[in-house]
Design a protein around this ligand. Structure first.
Ligand code: SF4
Length: 338
């Protein structure tokens, strides 16, 4: 990688689970915020999260008044016969002058490109487009202007893709990370019957149980499945199937069979990502608190601004905000990460 190539100023794309979080993100220095409507059209369809059409309109006004953009996630896959909800979401995005919609499904992309050609399209990470061929297809067919890359690529692979595609690249730099290629995971369907990719929720809250035993241990369940058991004093995490501890005949002691809970943190790789052609840096966490949003957005705002003025970025310690108080650079650093 050529260290003498000056990086382009990237857009800092920040999570907004609620109107209050959106205002917090904008005030903390977000260039853009992304959010969803209160239904299955977005991949964070949790109770108490997301925006009514009226809240979305007011939030767009708030962001635009401060020079920030609003991107609406319409990034789930409509089940057969239910396409109208996704059509309505796109119509709402256009009516409130959202700056872009983030789509995953080809039918949704085709509808938006045909009916609302003025509306900018971003390809969601949920589309799982990780090759130049797949990305170019979406650009050529639906005029997609930006791809959000799956978290399965090294920085060198991102640079290679950048040279071969006609659109912008957005990459996750912080937050929750699962172990499956996005848009491909059916673990929640298997356990609860609810689809991550069509209903927009991994580990739905209605199926989550926390059971405290008489000896002080805590059992977490999703549906009828035990996801983890925590000893006295151990912090019990949200039961997510890919991050549970399981025993099997080969290894009777419970262990993280898929992946240990930890968060992505690429703050140390920001200059490399920017040189590789990433023009939008995405922070995960629409389900997280305003305090999380404020701290993480401010930390990345500072780091990006320092890079753009030629300084070494000062990396704020965000470990307290990571899952399991552990962080990883995942596949971005090494393909050996599971
Ligand atoms: S179970 Fe894990 S890999 Fe699957 S959608 Fe949920 S977080 Fe992602």
């Amino acid at each position: 990688m050529n260290d003498h190539v000056a990086p382009r100023r990237p857009e800092l794309v920040c999570p907004a689970g609620t109107p209050a979080s959106l205002r917090t993100a904008v005030d903390a220095g977000a260039d853009a915020v992304y959010c969803g409507l209160q239904n299955a059209t977005n991949a964070r369809n949790f109770p108490g999260l997301n925006f009514s059409p009226d809240e979305l309109g007011k939030s767009v006004d708030y962001a635009h008044g401060r020079g920030a953009k609003v991107l609406l996630a319409v990034n789930t896959f409509p089940p057969a016969g239910q396409f109208q909800l996704w059509k309505d979401a796109i119509g709402i995005a256009a009516s409130v002058a959202a700056d872009a919609i983030i789509v995953a499904d080809m039918g949704v992309a085709a509808y938006a490109a045909r009916e609302y050609p003025q509306l900018r399209l971003h390809l969601s990470v949920q589309a799982g487009a990780s090759s130049p061929e797949a990305i170019r297809f979406h650009c050529e067919e639906f005029n997609v202007r930006r791809v959000v890359l799956p978290r399965i690529l090294t920085v060198a692979e991102i640079a290679d893709i950048h040279r071969q595609i006609p659109c912008e690249i957005e990459a996750f730099v912080f937050g929750n990370i699962g172990m499956m290629a996005e848009g491909r995971c059916s673990l929640t369907n298997y356990v609860t019957g609810v689809s991550t990719n069509m209903d927009g929720v991994c580990s739905p809250a209605a199926d989550v149980r926390y059971e405290e035993e008489a000896d002080g241990t805590l059992t977490t369940r999703l549906g009828s499945f035990v996801i983890d058991r925590y000893g006295c004093g151990e912090n019990g995490g949200y039961p997510t199937i890919c991050k549970g501890r399981y025993s099997c005949s080969a290894q009777p002691e419970p262990y993280y069979a898929f992946e240990e809970p930890r968060s992505l943190n690429l703050s140390a790789l920001l200059p490399d990502l920017m040189r590789a052609g990433v023009t939008a840096l995405k922070i995960e966490g629409r389900q997280r608190s305003r305090a999380y949003v404020r701290s993480v957005v401010a930390a990345f705002r500072k780091a990006v601004d320092e890079i753009m003025t030629g300084k070494q970025p000062s990396l704020t310690d965000l470990i307290a905000l990571t899952e399991g108080h552990k962080e990883t650079q995942g596949a971005f650093q090494s393909k050996s990460w599971r």
